[in-house]
Ligand binder design. Structure first.
Ligand code: DO4
Ligand code: MG
Length: 274
């Protein structure tokens, strides 16, 4: 099942039919450990509506967005390469193997955009890429109940100059995109699910890539457990799970580029660069 936050309320998609919930509070609606079972019962009392995917908002209200890093081999290689001059490469090699994952704060809801909105690159950076990432929704009790698509926009020259600059490379206005919906399957997401990205410039595909989420080095439940070790999230939290696709070093995003990220079963997150 899928849940959309829209300008006309919360819309549930189930078995190719749509239903509008009477609920008004996004936070309490999604922050339920039995979300799938709740939706199954909820749609029985709702009338089917016709809906054309118009008016979709970012599927977030007061939740924070956190992110995991260096969870795929491709990310390890790219970070080691970009930071070799600064002497930072070892840190990425070590964190890929370590028991404790890299977790970092990515965005507040106010700095994040949804599908159809513009993402940004920093003005003080010359090397920027999107990072297509499966993004978990974890309830306040620490249970993964849903998934969305995330774009962890990153300034590679800033993080490569010094790993201590990571927060500046990762967190700025409109550096995070999530959407288009919250996907709520009955069971955990299929590990063979594919993520793909295409970057369009002047109607030409400038870059494309695909990876299966089964190439991730860590268990999704372990990432969630580490995040909850010493922090609480009263309305639940979004957690990006890291990228397995990084364009070659000669690629940087430009204003007007369109980034389309697709995850099977969830949909497409599409954002133009401002
Ligand atoms: O440590 C740098 C960031 C890693 C990251 O964002 C990723 O692997 O997706
Ligand atoms: Mg990332």
């Amino acid at each position: 099942m899928k849940i959309y936050k829209t300008i006309s309320g919360i819309i549930i998609e189930a078995y190719e039919k749509f239903y509008r919930s009477d609920a008004k509070n996004w936070d309490s609606f999604i922050n339920q450990d039995n979300l799938y079972e709740f939706l199954t019962i909820e749609i029985q009392s709702l009338d089917e509506i016709s809906w054309n995917y118009e008016g979709i908002l970012t599927p977030i209200s007061t939740q924070e967005i956190w992110a995991s890093g260096v969870t795929y081999m491709r990310s390890r290689e790219a970070r080691m390469d970009e930071s070799k001059e600064s002497g930072g490469a070892d840190f990425y090699a070590k964190v890929y193997e370590a028991e404790r994952p890299e977790l970092f704060f990515k965005s507040t809801a106010a700095r994040c955009v949804g599908t159809g909105e513009k993402v940004r690159v920093r003005k003080d950076s010359k090397w920027n890429v999107p990072e297509p990432e499966l993004t978990l929704f974890i309830t306040s009790s620490g249970k993964i109940v849903g998934y969305t698509i995330g774009n962890d926009m990153s300034s590679r020259d800033i993080e490569g100059e010094n790993p201590l600059y990571l927060p500046q490379a990762k967190s700025y206005d409109k550096a995070a995109a999530i959407g288009p919906c919250l996907y709520v399957p009955k069971e955990a997401i299929n590990p063979d699910t594919m993520i793909s990205i295409e970057i369009i410039r002047s109607e030409k595909v400038m870059f494309e890539g695909t990876i299966s989420i089964n190439r991730i080095k860590r268990k999704l439940t372990d990432l969630a457990q580490y995040l909850f070790r010493e922090m609480s999230f009263p309305s639940g939290v979004y957690l990006m799970t890291g990228t397995g696709i990084v364009p070659d070093n000669n690629f940087t995003l430009l204003s007007g580029d369109v980034v389309n990220i697709t995850i099977e079963g969830i949909g497409i997150l599409s954002n133009e660069v401002e």
